[in-house]
Design a protein around this ligand. Structure first.
Ligand SMILES: Cc1cc2nc3c(=O)[nH]c(=O)nc-3n(C[C@H](O)[C@H](O)[C@H](O)COP(=O)(O)OP(=O)(O)OC[C@H]3O[C@@H](n4cnc5c(N)ncnc54)[C@H](O)[C@@H]3O)c2cc1C
Length: 382
């Protein structure tokens, strides 16, 4: 008997899960992977685009170039999900699943923050990163504010990395002396699970003269007065505003009955939703880890192992351990590695290695390895 596995979303989580299940189940599975985008882009590649280190086409991994014969890729938007029936409607027709996986990530809503679209730049989408790159290119120095506008948000270290990379960018262009950089973050420390990593980041801010505004959010921009209005009632003037926009589960997930309080609750060990044979992994869930690719990938690996066991008629045993490794850019080719573990009911823990140029090479290898595994070809920068 062939089991029909339908995976919604070909991001970090969906690609990992589809690769594992299709690769290990052979003819026992018919794996369909559905995504509306043209291709996959690593989150960290958006920083490379914004700071002019890569062109957008160099970081886009087109789904059309995916060579795995065991994955049937459908380029379509998912328009409705019936988790009880495991039935999905898309712009390219309906799909029924024996096992359904929801890996649709988080949608971004810059328009939800008053003034952000008119008076600032979001840099969490490729289009936003391209616009921010063009604005940075013409920037002649002044007050730069990097800020988060709501929680939860993807990759909690990314705004800190952005502030450090803005410093590098301005220094290299001879603009640092006439600029100020401020970072507004909802967190109390840059990397809460790792005091060592937080210490290193705060020391880097101090050394580079970056002003750190913890436990605050920017709620609104006043584009006429060029000020950011913070949740605590204070104001920050800016010449250049780089903002992390509001995140929400895709509307199709909100409409499906899968979400509670905005995100999909799952069993934190098995990634099962409350619907039989329906899993959810990654940013779309409220599993308790930060919204980051490494966690989406780790969750996908566990869900994949459980699905493979089910298909093979075995008892699923794999359990999620909440562990992930994040790379942290300090600028000028220095990257740190932070290992963190989030276990339900326990405080998260984390360590720190680096920063060093060797770890910058490690980060590059991390991306190359994923593209080889998921797409079956090398990541070339042509
Ligand atoms: C600037 C930045 C830097 C980052 N740096 C890092 C980092 O260094 N390390 C790290 O681990 N993470 C990082 N991240 C976070 C990381 O990119 C995400 O957390 C990760 O991609 C989440 O994986 P996912 O599979 O849950 O969702 P995604 O990778 O977002 O995939 C979701 C997929 O679903 C598709 N989709 C959504 N709705 C529909 C629909 N209705 N129909 C069809 N398809 C749909 C989307 O097109 C997308 O391909 C960063 C993010 C940003 C923005």
């Amino acid at each position: 008997m062939t089991t029909r596995v339908v995976v919604l979303g070909a991001g970090f989580g969906g690609l990992e899960l589809a690769t594992e299940v299709a690769g290990r189940c052979g003819t026992g599975v018919e794996l369909t992977l559905i995504d509306q985008a043209e291709g996959f882009v690593f989150g960290f590649s958006k920083l490379d685009v914004m700071f002019g280190r890569r062109r957008p086409e160099q970081v886009l991994h087109r789904y059309a170039a995916m060579v795995s014969p065991s994955v049937r890729f459908i380029n379509a938007a998912v328009t409705s999900i019936d988790p009880a029936a495991r039935h999905v409607e898309t712009t390219r027709g309906p799909f029924d699943a024996d096992i359904l996986v929801v890996a649709l990530g988080a949608d971004l809503h810059p328009e939800a923050t008053p003034g952000l679209v008119e008076g600032g730049n979001e840099f969490y989408t490729v289009a936003g990163a391209v616009r921010a790159r063009d604005v940075l290119d013409k920037f002649e120095g002044g007050k730069v504010v990097v800020a988060v506008t709501s929680t939860p948000f993807k990759c909690p270290p990314a705004p800190s990395e952005t502030a450090l990379l803005v410093h590098e960018f301005l220094l290299d262009r001879g603009l640092r002396d006439r600029s100020e950089i401020s970072l507004v973050m909802p967190l109390g420390t840059p990397i809460p699970p790792s005091p060592k990593a937080s210490e290193a980041v705060l020391a880097a801010f101090k050394e580079r003269g970056i002003t750190w505004h913890p436990e605050r959010l920017v709620r609104e921009l006043d584009p006429d007065r060029r000020v950011a209005l913070l949740g605590d009632g204070s104001e920050l003037p800016y010449d250049l505003f780089l903002g992390v926009p509001q995140h929400r589960a895709p509307q199709v997930v909100a409409d499906s009955g899968l979400a509670v309080d905005g995100w999909v609750p799952v069993n934190s060990l098995t990634l099962e939703t409350s619907f039989p044979q329906v899993y959810a992994v990654g940013d779309v869930t409220s599993v308790g880890t930060p919204k980051a690719g490494v966690f989406a990938e780790g969750q996908a690996a566990v869900a994949a192992a459980r699905i493979i066991a089910t298909i093979k008629g075995q008892d699923p045993e794999a359990l999620y351990d909440g562990h992930g490794i994040c790379y942290l850019e300090f600028g000028h080719d220095e990257v740190a590695r932070v290992g963190v573990t989030f276990l339900a009911g326990k405080p998260p823990v984390g360590d720190l290695e680096g920063p060093s140029p060797e770890l910058a090479a490690d980060k590059t290898a991390f991306g190359i390895d994923r593209i080889r595994r998921w797409f079956g070809h090398e990541w070339t920068l042509d």
